[in-house]
Design a protein around this ligand. Structure first.
Ligand SMILES: NC(=O)c1ccc[n+]([C@@H]2O[C@H](COP(=O)([O-])OP(=O)(O)OC[C@H]3O[C@@H](n4cnc5c(N)ncnc54)[C@H](O)[C@@H]3O)[C@@H](O)[C@H]2O)c1
Length: 282
């Protein structure tokens, strides 16, 4: 099966980025969200990114026009029925994703592949709510999607080899490097990254150092391009907490205990860049 048309569900920071790189790779993309306004906001973000690339001489005007023409927006999930691949990028909540996969299962023909961009939720669990667990897979892009080269391709318990190979090849044609990962909590990227971020929040809570100094240690000491607290703000503190909860529950190991300060910030609605206030102000 060749993949030419895809639907991206969720037009937030990740969904919009995925829609953009897919359209830039020549795929026809339907971008959908709960409301038309949210879907359009996603498309506007893509347009802004592409215009900046034209200004900087990294993209031709022709490529900008072509890319935007390949992205359709809608709030009607039924538009997904003629896509060969669905990539889900809605909020990191198991029940929301399970409900969505179950609905998509009734909308799409049996051969359609369902991919999830989840950071940590079990692909096997998502597959199990459908009648096609062998065609359900993880396709975990990194943030910001247009700039980051990695895609973790996650095989659920029943994911077919053929589906794995198609998704890995598609990732390559989108300019990414796929890495195959087995379905365990947090996969590889977040199993390593999130405990580091969580520990940085503990350092802040315990007044070990200021937020700026904690970030400076990792930037200058470990050559990380961003400090962990600034990175948490970029990712979204709600997403960071959701991933820590999955690691904690999934492994049953207290070493993954989410930091109380992280939970308190999420309760306060201070989610990072997307709410203009997290550990830093934006
Ligand atoms: N933020 C990151 O750095 C990052 C990195 C890799 C993966 N992810 C994963 O990507 C997914 C999305 O994260 P994000 O940062 O883009 O979040 P976000 O909050 O920016 O966007 C989520 C979008 O999904 C929409 N949505 C919610 N429920 C929906 C539904 N039922 N149907 C359609 N749309 C729905 C919301 O309206 C919102 O626009 C999560 O699973 C997250 O774990 C995030």
């Amino acid at each position: 099966m060749s993949i030419e048309r895809i639907t991206v569900v969720g037009a937030g920071q990740m969904g919009a980025g995925i829609a953009q790189v897919a359209a830039q790779a020549g795929l026809k993309v339907t971008l959908t969200d709960l409301t038309m306004e949210l879907a359009q906001k996603g498309r506007q973000g893509i347009e802004k990114f592409l215009r900046r690339s034209v200004e900087k001489g990294r993209l031709s005007q022709e490529d900008l026009t072509g890319t935007l023409q390949r992205i359709e927006v809608t709030d009607d999930l039924r538009a997904a029925s003629d896509s060969e691949l669905i990539i889900e990028a809605v909020i990191e909540r198991t029940q929301v994703k399970c409900d969505l996969f179950s609905e998509l299962d009734s909308i799409c023909p049996p051969q359609t592949i369902f991919a999830s961009n989840t950071s940590s939720i079990s692909i096997t669990e998502l597959g199990a709510v459908t009648q096609r667990p062998e065609r359900v897979i993880g396709m975990h892009f990194m943030n910001p999607v247009p700039l980051m080269k990695l895609v973790e391709v996650i095989r659920g318990q029943q994911t077919a080899d053929e589906v794995h190979d198609e998704v890995a090849n598609l990732s390559r044609s989108m300019g990414k490097t796929p890495v195959t990962v087995d379905d365990y909590p947090g996969f590889i990227a977040n199993r390593l990254l999130m405990p580091m971020i969580n520990e940085a929040v503990y350092c802040l809570m315990e007044n070990v150092a200021t937020k700026e100094d904690i970030d400076t240690v990792m930037k200058l000491g470990m050559n990380h391009p961003m400090g962990p607290l600034a990175l948490a703000d970029l990712i979204g503190l709600d997403t960071c907490l959701a991933i820590m909860d999955v690691l904690y529950e999934g492994f049953g190991d207290p070493k993954y205990r989410p930091c109380p300060l992280l939970r308190r910030m999420v309760r306060a609605g201070l989610l990072g860049m997307k709410t203009k206030q997290g550990f830093y102000q934006y």
